[in-house]
Design a protein around this ligand. Structure first.
Ligand code: FE2
Length: 498
C-alpha cells in the first residue's frame, strides 16, 4: 500500500480572479462523438467506460447574467474511453424551460439562487414557478441516464448521444416532476443481491417528508424499485445530500430557517431566504434501510454539531456507532442580492472543512472532530467502499493551506493517519470534483484513476486530467474542444453499462 508522503508542499501562490471567472461563459456548441487527441502523457488502454459530468452551461442571455451559476441550465459532458481512444459528446438537457428560454433568448423564469426576471420586483413578485434546470448530477439507473436537480423530477437521457427523452417517472415510481435528490448513492455493499442505487426525495414544509427509495442497478431487474418508504420529520428540511451504511440512511437536518416572504415578494431567490438559526440545533435523522437489519424500526433522531453541510463523503458502522465524514461550513454560503458571483470576495465567503461526526446510536449523542482545516469541497471515496470503512478520500481543495480561495488542487488524504498528498493546477488552473475510478481487479483501496475537468486559465479552455489515484502522478491530459464552466457533479459508467 502506498505510504502517503507530503510530496508536493503547496505554494502560497495567489490566484488571478480573472483566470478563475473566465470559466463562466455560455457553452455555444453541442458536439457528438468527437475524437479527442491526447495532449500530454500516455493513453490508458485499460480505462474503458464513460465519464459523465453535469453543470451549468448557460450563464447569460441577452446581456443578463444569472445571479448565481447554480441557476444555469444543465449541460452534460460525456467522455468515452474505449481501447485507448477517447471521444467527446456534450448536449444541453432539453428541459421545458431551457427550450422556452432558448426560443426567446431571455430568462423567463426566476432562479432558486437569486436570478430574477428583468423588470424588477414588480415583474417577479408572486411568480413562484421554478424552472427544472437539471444541472446538478448525471448518473445511470437501469438503461436510463438521469440528469438530476433536487427540487424536481429527473430527466432521462440517451446514454450514448445524450439526447433528452424527457422527464421520467422511473417506470411509474415518481409522480411527474416529483422532487428527486441529486445525490443518489450506488451501493455495492448492501444486503441486496444486486448493486443498488439508493436515493431520496424531500418535500419541505412545517413538517417535511423524506421518501427513501432503493432501486436495483444491475442484472435483469436493473431500474426496478426494490424498497420505497416515507418518513416524516419535524420542521423545515434542506437536505441536499445524505450518507449510507449497510443498515442506515443518514440525513443531517441543518439548523436553518426558511422565510419565504422575500421570495414571494420578488426580492430574493428561494435559496437566498435560507438563514442559519443559532437558537436551533441541527439533527441527525437516521433511517433504517429496508434492506438492512433494522427494517421497519422508527428513525433515530440525535442532536448534530453546529455548522452547515451540503455534502457528505462517506459513512460506516462501528458496533452501535456511525462514523460520518462531511464538509462543514460555518454558515450557509449564499451570494447576496447586491453581489456579483464572478467577483465574490473569497475571504468573506464561508469555507468548507472536512470533519468527522462520531454518532453514538445507543447513547443518542454525537461528537465532531476535525480531519483537516484546509478549505475543500467535492470529496469522494472509492465507490466500492461507499457505506463501509474507507481509509482514503480524494477532494478538490484550495492551493493555500489556510483561508478561502478557489479550488485549485486535488488532495488525497488518509482518513486515519491524516497524511496528505497533493496535485496542483495552480496558479492558472482550477479543479472540479475528482471522479475516482477503481482499477479493475485492484487489490488496494487507492488503486485506480482520478478523472478531473480542469479550467485551464493559461489557454482559457477546459482540460481533462487523469491522475494515478494512488500517488497523484499525472498520467494524461486531453485538451477539450469546448469551454466548460465550473461544474457540479458527475459519475463514471463502466463500458459494460453503456
Ligand atoms: Fe451536491
Amino acid at each position: 500500500m502506498t505510504s502517503l508522503q507530503e510530496k508536493n508542499i503547496l505554494n502560497n501562490q495567489v490566484f488571478d480572479k480573472a483566470d478563475w471567472s473566465s470559466a463562466y461563459q455560455n457553452v455555444e456548441v453541442e458536439l457528438e462523438n468527437q475524437s479527442l487527441k491526447i495532449s500530454k502523457g500516455n493513453i490508458i488502454p485499460e480505462l474503458n467506460g464513460t465519464l459523465f459530468r453535469n453543470g451549468p452551461g448557460i450563464l447569460e442571455r441577452d446581456g443578463q447574467w444569472l445571479h448565481h451559476p447554480f441557476d444555469g441550465d444543465g449541460m452534460i459532458t460525456a467522455i468515452k474511453f474505449k481501447n485507448g481512444k477517447a471521444s467527446f459528446t456534450n448536449k444541453f438537457v432539453k428541459t421545458e424551460g431551457f427550450l422556452k428560454e432558448q426560443n426567446v433568448n431571455k430568462f423567463i423564469y426566476r432562479g432558486v439562487f437569486g436570478t430574477q426576471k428583468k423588470g424588477g420586483v414588480i415583474n417577479n413578485a408572486f411568480n413562484l414557478k421554478l424552472k427544472n434546470i437539471a444541472n446538478t448530477h448525471v448518473i445511470k439507473l437501469g438503461d436510463e441516464l438521469l440528469a438530476l436537480w433536487e427540487a424536481a423530477g429527473p430527466h432521462s437521457l440517451d446514454p450514448n448521444n445524450l439526447e433528452t427523452n424527457g422527464l421520467t417517472t422511473l417506470k411509474g415510481v415518481l409522480k411527474k416532476n416529483e422532487a428527486f435528490s441529486a445525490h443518489p448513492k450506488v451501493d455495492f455493499n448492501s444486503n441486496s443481491a444486486d448493486e443498488v442505487l439508493i436515493t431520496f426525495g424531500v418535500q419541505t414544509g412545517p413538517t417535511s417528508t423524506i421518501r427513501l427509495m432503493e432501486f436495483s442497478n444491475s442484472g435483469k431487474n436493473s431500474g426496478q424499485i426494490l424498497f420505497d418508504r416515507k418518513y416524516k420529520l419535524k420542521g423545515f428540511a434542506f437536505l441536499h445530500d445524505f450518507a449510507i451504511t449497510t443498515n442506515w440512511a443518514i440525513f443531517l437536518q441543518n439548523a436553518i430557517d426558511f422565510n419565504p416572504l422575500p421570495f414571494v415578494m420578488g426580492q430574493k431567490g428561494a435559496a437566498q431566504c435560507l438563514k442559519s438559526n443559532p437558537k436551533k440545533t441541527a439533527k441527525f435523522f437516521i433511517v433504517p434501510r429496508d434492506s438492512g437489519l433494522f427494517r421497519g424500526q422508527p428513525p433515530i433522531i440525535i442532536d448534530a454539531p453546529e455548522g452547515f453541510v451540503f455534502h457528505h463523503v462517506n459513512a460506516y458502522e462501528n458496533d452501535s456507532n456511525i462514523i460520518l465524514d462531511s464538509i462543514f461550513y460555518d454558515d450557509f454560503p449564499s451570494v447576496g442580492p447586491d453581489e456579483d458571483f464572478r467577483n465574490i470576495d473569497f475571504d468573506n465567503y464561508p469555507a468548507g472543512k472536512l470533519k468527522r461526526s462520531l454518532i453514538d446510536l445507543k447513547g443518542k449523542s454525537s461528537k465532531l472532530v476535525s480531519i483537516s482545516n484546509q478549505t475543500c469541497e467535492f470529496a469522494v471515496t472509492n465507490p466500492n467502499f461507499l457505506g463501509i470503512k474507507s481509509n482514503y478520500s480524494w477532494m478538490a481543495c484550495t492551493e493555500r493551506k489556510t483561508g478561502n480561495a478557489p479550488l485549485q488542487a486535488i488532495k488525497k488524504i488518509n482518513l486515519e493517519t491524516k497524511e496528505e498528498l497533493f496535485w496542483s493546477a495552480a496558479p492558472k488552473g482550477f479543479v472540479s470534483e475528482p471522479i475516482m475510478v477503481p482499477k479493475e481487479g485492484s487489490k488496494y483501496e487507492d488503486e485506480g484513476y482520478l478523472l478531473i475537468l480542469i479550467w485551464n486559465g493559461s489557454r482559457r479552455g477546459s482540460d481533462l486530467i487523469i491522475l494515478n489515484s494512488s500517488n497523484l502522478e499525472e498520467l494524461a491530459t486531453y485538451e477539450l474542444p469546448i469551454n466548460i464552466p465550473h461544474g457540479l457533479h458527475g459519475s463514471w459508467a463502466n463500458e459494460k453499462l453503456i
